[in-house]
Design a protein around this ligand. Structure first.
Ligand code: PDD
Length: 263
């Protein structure tokens, strides 16, 4: 049973169509649930407010209602593991919103062990700080992922700089220094933010600079971060291969996984 909490009350999944929400005006958030606990809810709400502001809209829901609705959805659907997806849009002056449970069965354990395949997609998200679906880029990315049997594509902007994945942020590692594109160029991932905390705890250096697509050969390791993948090693970008056992990256993964288990 999958019950959805919406502005129309409690509805069953069979009578709900998420597609109806999809437009560039729809803001969304995906929140991880582990052991029945929703992670980093306040960070997600703050980002939601930023996304809304970029759209020129104000969210008609308080933080405490947002938090309570998530807890209620987790309780109603007895969620132990998975994601809660929240969508919010305004049509004809009325706010439409829904919280629903998305079970997730990816990445698979082998992805963490052997790393995932990626390649470049030359595309730029408009207003990258807003968590909105940009239908054009989404479709292009999904088509390329399916055709080439990739896990993710890395977006490269007009200056040849790697900004982020189509649904993840990306880090590059060289001699224990971690590089990632600055906030202004990307969706500021909640996972990325928590990864910064772990890196600081471990004493590693973070450089907030985008890596050029031409420079990737210089790096030892690459990984993706996101609500679903957590921290996921990349084995390849096109034909270039990377170390999925990089010691600094593996230490980071251990510290991050421990942090969310103890949350
Ligand atoms: N996407 N960049 C983009 C373009 C994203 O769509 C996402 C996440 C991220 C990572 O953000 P976070 O760590 O907060 O999940 C970066 C969500 C999860 C999705 O599309 O399902």
């Amino acid at each position: 049973m999958n019950l959805i909490l919406s502005n129309e009350g409690l509805i069953h999944e069979t009578s709900y169509s998420d597609i109806s929400f999809y437009s560039d005006q729809t803001v969304y958030e995906v929140i991880r649930v582990i052991d029945g606990v929703a992670l980093f809810v306040e960070d997600h709400f703050l980002r939601l407010e930023i996304s809304m502001q970029i759209q020129g809209l104000l969210i008609q829901m308080s933080y405490s209602d947002f938090k309570q609705n998530i807890a209620e959805l987790v309780r109603l659907n007895q969620i132990m593991e998975g994601n809660v997806k929240f969508v919010y849009s305004v049509a004809k002056g009325n706010a439409h919103w829904a919280f629903r449970f998305i079970p997730h069965n990816y990445p698979i354990p082998e992805n963490y062990q052997f790393g995932v395949t990626t390649d470049f997609l030359f595309a730029e998200r408009q207003n990258p700080n807003a968590k909105v679906i940009q239908v054009g880029i989404r479709n292009l990315a999904d088509q390329m992922i399916a055709d080439r049997k990739l896990y993710e594509v890395l977006l490269v902007d007009r200056d040849g700089m790697i900004t982020e994945g189509s649904r993840s942020n990306v880090f590059f590692v060289k001699s224990d220094v971690f590089y990632t594109a600055p906030d202004s160029m990307i969706l500021v991932g909640i996972t990325r933010k928590k990864v910064f905390d772990c890196l600081k705890e471990l004493g590693y250096t973070i450089v907030e600079e985008a890596v050029s697509a031409k420079e990737v050969d210089d790096f030892d390791a690459v990984f993706l971060t996101g609500t679903s993948p957590k921290i996921l090693p990349v084995i390849s970008i096109g034909k270039r291969l990377f170390n999925v056992q990089n010691p600094a990256m593996v230490r980071l993964m251990d510290v991050y996984n421990q942090m969310i288990r103890e949350y």
